[in-house]
Ligand binder design. Structure first.
Ligand code: CP
Length: 322
């Protein structure tokens, strides 16, 4: 699914933010640099700038979320937007209203930006195809396809701790097959010219043709972690598994869980990341999650600045209200 034309203006600026695929090094770097400038807003006593004053942002979360939904809301608030949080469970979608009809009814309320999370791959793209020309769509996670703002906050975290990408070895570990986060991370790491991108997983948790993704594939955790600079752990997405892909969670942890012993295979200053929600004792040991190499909570904090950056770049593209 290539959304390059749909998510960019004729001048090559962001109009929607649907996937990392189709974006280039300059845009990703611009997002990271812009987010850097917003981290100081988050540190101020008055955490507001007027970039989205007069704009209305609607948060439409058809799937559960803690981090993405809250940080999108805080990001919009800190940019001075008006926010509409639609409660899907009490909205007319439960009475059978189609996604398109919900969209058009919300558009009738002069929404400027939609932030959408939906269980169907391609739903954000579908929204972007159907909104009025002056309205923008930000993908907060669609099915197994993409989670681009998560990938960008992960890139921001890596750059903050490691300063560059070219000389890094990054291992993404776990349920790659069902992970929209991993897909978006792999695209972003490759666009940013990361030295080496590894995926570490049992064969049952790899997507088809994993070796065509521009990554090194490992089925042995100790080998996959050897001398890496960054470890990104992923949650087992049991809700997306249709068959028995694993012998047991205990066996999975034994082979692919990140324990303090396993962490020793990585470089001594390797950072440990996880997009959340994390399952302690299934993919990551508590002592590692809370340990001094973990930057998992810093990822959440950086998510606000990165989401502010994406929203502000969309507004400044000058195309959200032609
Ligand atoms: N990383 C992430 O998407 O977390 P939430 O499901 O809590 O938003």
């Amino acid at each position: 699914m290539n959304n390059a034309n749909l998510q960019l203006t004729d001048e090559g600026k962001l109009k929607h933010f649907l996937s990392i695929e189709g974006l280039n090094h300059a845009i990703l770097t611009d997002i990271l640099d812009t987010a850097e400038s917003f981290t100081s807003v988050t540190d101020r006593s008055i955490k507001k700038v007027p970039i989205l004053r007069g704009k209305t942002v609607a948060n439409l979360f058809f799937e559960a979320s803690t981090r993405t939904r809250s940080t999108f809301e805080l990001a919009a608030q800190r940019l001075s937007a008006d926010i509409l949080n639609l409660n899907i469970n009490t909205s007319a979608t439960v009475k059978g209203e189609s996604l398109l009809d919900t969209l058009h009814n919300l558009e009738a309320m002069q929404i400027d930006m939609f932030v959408i999370r939906h269980q169907d791959s391609g739903s954000a793209h579908f929204f972007a195809q159907h909104v009025h020309p002056g309205v923008s769509v930000l993908n907060a996670g669609d099915g197994q396809h993409a989670h681009p703002t998560q990938a960008m906050l992960d890139m921001f975290t890596i750059r903050r701790y490691k300063q560059q990408f070219e000389n890094l070895s990054v291992a993404i570990v776990g349920d790659i097959k069902h992970s929209r986060v991993a897909r978006s991370q792999i695209h972003a790491l490759n666009i940013l010219n990361t030295g080496e991108v590894r995926i570490v997983a049992p064969p049952t948790l790899l997507p088809k043709q994993a070796d065509t993704l521009g990554v090194q594939v490992f089925h042995d955790m100790n080998q996959g972690l050897r001398d890496v600079d960054v470890i990104i752990m992923l949650r087992l997405q049991k809700e997306r598994m249709t068959g028995a892909l694993l012998p047991s969670e205990k066996e999975y942890f034994r082979q692919f869980g990140l324990s303090s012993e396993r962490l020793q295979f990585a470089k001594h200053d390797a950072i440990v990341m996880h997009p959340g929600p994390a399952n302690r004792g299934i993919e990551i040991e508590s002592s590692v999650m809370d340990g001094n190499q973990s930057v998992i909570l810093q990822q959440v904090t950086f998510g606000i600045a990165v989401r502010m950056a994406v929203m502000s770049m969309i507004v400044s593209s000058g195309k959200e209200n032609p």
